[in-house]
Ligand binder design. Structure first.
Ligand SMILES: [Zn+2]
Ligand SMILES: [Zn+2]
Length: 328
């Protein structure tokens, strides 16, 4: 039941097969679980969470296996750079464990979610226009909540305690999307994606398909590649390589709040001021960042047209030495 969807939209709505697709899956799951709606809920959301991770990362792995790293080098946002193998292994173990444990969340949520929205399964499956409207609403809430929780995570204390785990990836891979402290996973990732679907009582078909889209999006955002015909995103890659700008899942809030200065400089290709790189090789975590402000970030000037390139470790060390000297 989506009472906020305008009647005029509902009257024009169309079904292109999604209703039969959902009903078929729902009936099979109902039979498989012996009519246990809680388990059906858990399976829908678990598949929506894990399937994009497996498909996209698995495809990238196969492409690398077949073509080799050298052939893919022209498609990397940060050419010539890869995350440390030890960090990648740690990430695979961590994200694997997170996916194994992830069904606990919808399992514990279900009684309250179903009590709040008893028509979660029984309402008509939304038509395409309704689905698109719900995706737009879900995107706006996801984008806004993600931006502000992410900026909070960049305050000195929360960064040091929570967010620096995610920023160990200076050069990202798809799995790094979920390589984050459990508190960040819950409040910085799950909350933004779930918010609109739960609060506005989305049908489980709309809810789970939005989770699928959001998971696919964040996996592509962290992939580190820009393959032809595949979604890609240099915006968040730039956040990982520069740390103090581009906090949103899209550029909208950063543009509104002026937290995309380095990104805009880079896009203009003009004289660029670049934040001192805080390398992921520093496993203890990068330096503390200024609270909700770019104004006090340590910066160094870099030559025209080199904004997208990260400084060499030697230059990073020099920059850090220069910064620490200037503080004295
Ligand atoms: Zn961050
Ligand atoms: Zn990230």
């Amino acid at each position: 039941m989506t009472p906020w969807v305008p009647d005029c939209l509902l009257s024009w709505d169309v079904d292109i097969g999604q209703q039969a697709l959902f009903d078929g899956a729902f009936q099979k799951l109902l039979a498989f679980t012996g009519g246990d709606l809680r388990l059906v809920y858990v399976i829908f959301l678990t598949v929506a969470h894990s399937l994009p991770t497996i498909l996209i990362n698995g495809t990238h792995y196969l492409i690398r296996l077949v073509l080799g790293d050298a052939a893919l080098e022209p498609y990397r946002w940060q050419a010539g750079r890869q995350p440390p193998p030890a960090l990648v292994r740690k990430c695979i173990m961590y994200v694997g464990a997170a996916h194994i444990l992830s069904p606990l969340l919808p399992y514990s949520m279900f009684p309250r979610a179903y009590g709040y929205h008893p028509h979660l399964f029984s309402a008509p499956v939304p038509g395409i226009l309704t689905l698109l409207l719900q995706y737009v609403v879900a995107f706006l809430f996801t984008d806004g909540i993600f931006y502000w929780t992410h900026r909070l995570l960049h305050t000195p204390m929360l960064y040091r305690w929570i967010h620096k785990q995610h920023h160990q990836f200076y050069v990202t891979i798809g799995l790094a999307a979920e390589y984050a402290h459990p508190i960040e996973l819950l409040f910085g990732n799950v909350l933004p994606v779930f918010f609109a679907s739960v609060v506005f009582r989305y049908h489980i078909a709309a809810f789970s398909s939005w989770v699928f889209i959001a998971m696919a999006g964040t996996t592509f955002h962290h992939s580190g590649f820009f393959f032809p015909l595949a979604p890609s995103d240099e915006f968040h890659d730039f956040h990982h390589s520069h740390v103090v700008c581009n906090f949103g899942s899209s550029p909208m809030w950063d543009w509104l709040c002026g937290t995309d200065k380095q990104w805009q400089d880079k896009r203009r290709g003009g004289s660029v001021v670049k934040v001192v790189q805080q390398s992921n090789t520093d496993v203890a975590g990068p330096a503390v960042l200024p609270p909700l402000s770019l104004g006090t970030a340590a910066v160094v000037a870099v030559p025209r047209g080199r904004a997208a390139r990260s400084p060499s470790p030697a230059k990073s060390s020099a920059a850090r030495r220069k910064r620490s000297t200037s503080r004295k």
